[in-house]
Design a protein around this ligand. Structure first.
Ligand SMILES: [Zn+2]
Length: 510
């Protein structure tokens, strides 16, 4: 393995500290080791040659490890080299020719690059090597390649460094992964409509994804952890934003971090990465706000929210007793004759739960009735609902957000020109940042409201059969306030007239 990082033009000002240089050398090492791992088993890295901070384009400078490597190659101590890119190995025609000579004399040697696809064992490969290493007009392309790589590394530092590729992207970490990106997009769009992290976790598990760090469950099965599934979706990466977690935060963090807090801002605006994003910032923000809201609700111990995660009955929490108005409880029908068993479960007003205990009704016919009424009603009033959704303007704060961006920039400019003190500038900037945070959150809430209204669109209802129970319930609750079960004499047959549907206020009565 041969590695080198020099103070190239492309890296000047970036590789400012010795530590940075070291990190880049380490990065080369990781890439080369990955290449070695993909080769046949009898290939192993036995020596590591590393010329840190030594330019290869200056004929007056001897690169000590490069010289050692050539000697070892000639002596047969090593029988090949792996390197990141041709220009890491050689920049001068003379050096490139020396490398080629060894490979011409030893055609069985292995000589492969991670980038640029060079194979020194072939005549064509050596031609490419000399070209890539030495041709000046390729410099521009190389610079761009290095700068992008460096930028990417900076943005991903802390989360992705040395880690496997992020779920949702290909090995290059930029292009979307066909299946995984669709899973992410589907989840992000569905979260405001009631889709749960647990649903995503299930989808990811069904798809067969297992992160390396996963612990085995009691059954010995490895599945993605809830917090890991959440982190995939809550990563700003999903909408194209860069994020950065400071070293000390990462070191001292307990449990997983809330990634939306670590978006990188420049001149008051989120910095956008150079990778493809499965969804837009607005779509992502709506999902983030909803997940955050659920977390807070859970923390406060709101029963309905907790109840939702285990909801198996369509009308849990919606169906109420017609005598005393207490919510009815659903339970499976275990007693009774075969004629009752086909109903499966019933809704009951329980005195043990504070109800009058006077009303019990078989469940499925009530579910069917409520579902049919809801679908008919929603379809009939669609135009109005869609109009209401369109009336919500989530961009209303954008003007002020843009102003804040330029005000922050302005404060920085005045500080640089020493027109105001640094501490005065910081006061100003912190105040503006607080305002920005408030407005961004408001924008998210509006986008969320809009999405919540938009879940009752024809498109959303078209896939009704394929929605999860929780998603169906969320849509139902947007339209139906309660389903009242009026008392009926014992032994009387099911009567739809005794089921009353109470619509939400903004919905016209059925
Ligand atoms: Zn009751």
């Amino acid at each position: 393995m041969y590695r080198r990082v020099s103070e190239d033009k492309a890296l000047k000002g970036r590789a400012s500290s010795w530590r940075e240089v070291e990190e880049q050398v380490k990065e080369q090492e990781d890439a080369i080791r990955a290449l070695a791992a993909s080769l046949p088993d009898d290939v192993a890295i036995v020596r590591d040659y590393c010329d840190n901070n030594t330019p290869a384009s200056d004929p007056f400078i001897i690169r000590q490890d490069f010289e050692n490597m050539l000697k070892d190659l000639e002596a047969g101590v090593i029988r090949g080299i792996l390197f990141l890119h041709s220009d890491r190995l050689a920049r001068l025609v003379y050096d490139a020719a020396r490398v080629c000579r060894v490979f011409e004399m030893n055609p069985q040697y292995i000589g492969l690059s991670v980038e640029g696809g060079v194979n020194l064992a072939t005549v064509e490969g050596r031609g490419m090597f000399v070209m890539q290493a030495t041709v000046g007009n390729m410099e521009i392309g190389n610079t761009r390649r290095r700068v992008t790589r460096t930028n990417r590394r900076v943005a991903e530092k802390g989360v992705m460094h040395g880690a496997p590729r992020p779920f949702g992207w290909g090995e290059d970490r930029r292009t979307l992964h066909d299946v995984e990106a669709k899973l992410i997009r589907k989840a992000i769009l569905a979260i405001p409509g009631g889709y749960k992290i647990a649903d995503f976790k299930r989808a990811v598990t069904e798809y067969g994804y297992v992160p390396k760090e996963t612990k085995r469950s009691r059954e010995g099965v490895r599945v993605i952890q809830h917090s890991a599934a959440e982190q995939i979706l809550m990563s700003p990466r999903v909408c194209g934003y860069r994020f950065h977690i400071p070293e000390e935060v990462r070191r001292t963090a307990e449990g997983r971090l809330w990634l939306p807090d670590f978006i990188v801002y420049k001149d008051g605006k989120p910095v956008v990465g150079d990778w493809e994003a499965p969804c837009s910032p607005e779509e992502w923000q709506a999902a983030v706000d909803e997940v955050k809201r659920r977390k807070e609700a859970n923390k406060k111990g709101l029963k309905s929210e907790k109840h939702d995660t285990t909801a198996v009955y369509f009308l849990s929490g919606i169906v109420r007793c017609g005598k005393c108005s207490t919510p009815m409880w659903s339970n499976p029908y275990t007693e009774g004759t075969t004629s009752y068993e086909r109903w499966g479960f019933r809704y009951a007003c329980l005195s043990s739960q504070g109800g009058c205990g006077g009303v019990t009704r078989m469940g499925p016919p009530i579910d069917d009735l409520a579902e049919t009424a809801f679908l008919l009603e929603t379809r009939a009033t669609l135009g109005e609902v869609v109009k209401k959704a369109e009336e919500i303007d989530e961009t209303v704060h954008d003007k002020r957000l843009n102003e804040i961006a330029s005000e922050i920039e302005d404060a920085n400019a005045r500080r640089r020109e020493k027109r105001i003190s640094t501490s005065a500038a910081l006061d100003l900037i912190e105040e503006l940042e607080a305002e920005r945070e408030k407005l961004t959150s408001k924008r998210g809430q509006l986008a969320l409201q809009k999405r919540k209204k938009a879940i009752l669109t024809p498109d959303a209802l078209a896939g009704w059969e394929n929605l999860t129970m929780t998603e169906k319930r969320t849509r139902l609750k947007a339209a139906v306030r309660a389903v009242i079960v009026h008392p009926l004499g014992r032994g009387k047959p099911f009567d739809p007239e005794m089921i009353e549907i109470v619509w939400q206020k903004n919905q016209t009565a059925a």
